[in-house]
Design a protein around this ligand. Structure first.
Ligand code: AMP
Length: 452
């Protein structure tokens, strides 16, 4: 089934349910048909957007699917040069930016005969170096990703999710799809603002939250949390990075969730693994997801079987990137991990984030997890800084009031091996982050190199 058929089926199945606040599935389809008619595109054409998470953005996504076109949502955080690069790279036929009116035309009959293996979406992943890479996603792969999210995050009919993870990111698109596969409601929030999110949770009776850890961090530390009724929230999921045990605990206290999962995946293959019980094992990436097989190389690198229903089939125009990431039918994630005695996966970090200090491997996440447990730490990132004697010196970049002495004493009192303790602490006001909430360690490393 392609995504145009999928939308048609949803509108026939439960026309009375809300697809978006105050817009039912029955009302959605006629709107989508007119926008699709107004786009003036042929099947396969690329429709690019540079938009916030508004209702209009989600309607454009569906209109592109209805017309059999390829939706290319681009981040408003990209520079003009990067945008130009992506627009030329995908060969956009139409570009819509904030302030442009929604197209409106004659009812489009719907590209109901498109093969589900055709491309429906291209997402650009920034990576930490080099040009952005286009990741083409088929109708079938995105539907499979939506279903696996619905199942593994425990969604059902009438569930309501906060649509704030960017629709130009895999988490945003799959939240929309998962909701519209199960007959749920996607409540758009244009851009992240914790107070506004708390208001939406209360007023829209949000039942599931699927956010990057940083956003959960903002929610549970917000002064307005206590004043808001968040009792409608039943399911929590996070992705993009592992949560610290402290943050897992804070989220559990704030929301008392029935379901609390860690979703480990990527743009290329939507779900790698699911840590099903975050309360029991905070930060754990758990077991391979329903569509997935995983393998750990001797180096610890996590590889994922590309025969997953949720997998891409290679980058857009980038044989160099294919060659680097795809090996004999497996996708090399660039992440390192290990499996514990129960058979559960833990992600230790990126292959290139590993710190080698005095010949010993130190995974930044392990040290960060300990430091984040100190009450005087708001946020922390651990990196390796060039050191003449050690090769790399474990260095903690800290947001918060805890002093170096207090933090060192805290590490000594923890189970962390002594040699993994930071040799140096630097205090900053905030940490640089990507749109999906990942700490940009490379940027921190570059900054510390400059002023070291
Ligand atoms: P992206 O394609 O932007 O979603 O980035 C995918 C990468 O994000 C993965 O290869 C991991 O490095 C990281 N990532 C995503 N989810 C998690 C998670 N739950 N735990 C740890 N790292 C994650």
């Amino acid at each position: 089934m392609n995504l145009a058929q999928s939308l048609l089926a949803a509108s026939e199945r439960h026309p009375e349910l809300e697809a978006f606040p105050r817009l039912t599935y029955g009302e959605l389809l006629p709107r989508v048909r007119r926008i699709a008619g107004g786009l003036g595109v042929e099947p396969g054409d690329r429709v690019a957007t540079v938009l916030d998470n508004r209702l209009e953005t989600a309607l454009l996504y569906w209109a592109a699917q209805w017309a059999g076109a390829v939706f290319v949502p681009l981040s408003w955080r990209l520079s003009e040069e990067e945008l130009d690069y992506c627009l030329a790279d995908c060969g956009a036929r139409v570009v819509l930016r904030d302030g442009d009116p929604l197209p409106d035309g004659l009812d489009h009959p719907g590209a109901l005969d498109r093969d589900e293996r055709e491309i429906s979406l291209i997402l650009y992943t920034s990576g930490t170096t080099g040009r952005p890479k286009g990741v083409p996603r088929s109708h079938a792969a995105d539907r499979a990703g939506g279903w696996s999210q619905a199942l593994q995050h425990g969604y059902g009919w009438r569930d309501r999710t906060l649509g704030v993870m960017p629709l130009y990111h895999t988490m945003g698109i799959h939240s929309l799809l998962a909701m519209h596969l199960v007959g749920g409601c996607f409540v758009p929030q244009a851009r992240w603002d914790a107070a506004e999110a708390l208001r939406l949770i209360e007023e829209e009776r949000i039942s599931s939250l699927y956010l990057a850890p940083t956003l959960f961090h903002d929610l549970v530390h917000h002064a307005e949390l206590a004043a808001r009724d968040v009792s409608s929230v039943r399911a929590l999921g996070y992705a993009g990075a592992a949560m610290t045990s402290t943050l897992v605990r804070r989220c559990a206290e704030a929301f008392s969730p029935e379901v609390f999962v860690n979703h480990y995946g990527s743009t290329e293959i939507y779900t790698f693994s699911i840590g099903r019980d975050q309360l029991a094992k905070p930060g754990c990436a758990g077991r391979p997801a329903v569509n997935t097989r995983l393998e750990l190389l001797a180096t610890g690198e996590v590889c994922v079987d590309l025969s997953s229903d949720e997998a891409f089939a290679g980058y857009w125009n980038r044989p160099d990137a294919d060659e680097k990431a795809i090996r004999d039918g497996w996708y090399a994630t660039g992440d390192t991990g290990h499996v514990d005695a129960d058979g559960d996966l833990w992600i230790d970090g990126r292959v290139d984030d590993m710190i080698i200090s005095g010949g010993e491997n130190v995974h930044p996440l392990e040290v960060e997890d300990v430091l984040a447990g100190h009450p005087g730490v708001v946020e922390v990132a651990v990196i390796g800084v060039v050191d003449e004697r050690l090769g790399q010196r474990v260095t903690a970049i800290v947001v918060g009031e805890a002093t170096a002495e207090e933090l060192d004493a805290h590490c000594l009192a923890s189970p962390l091996a002594r040699f993994k303790r930071p040799r140096e602490y630097r205090h900053v006001d905030s940490l640089p982050k990507s749109a999906s909430g990942k700490i940009l360690r490379r940027m921190l490393r570059d900054e510390t190199t400059v002023d070291a």
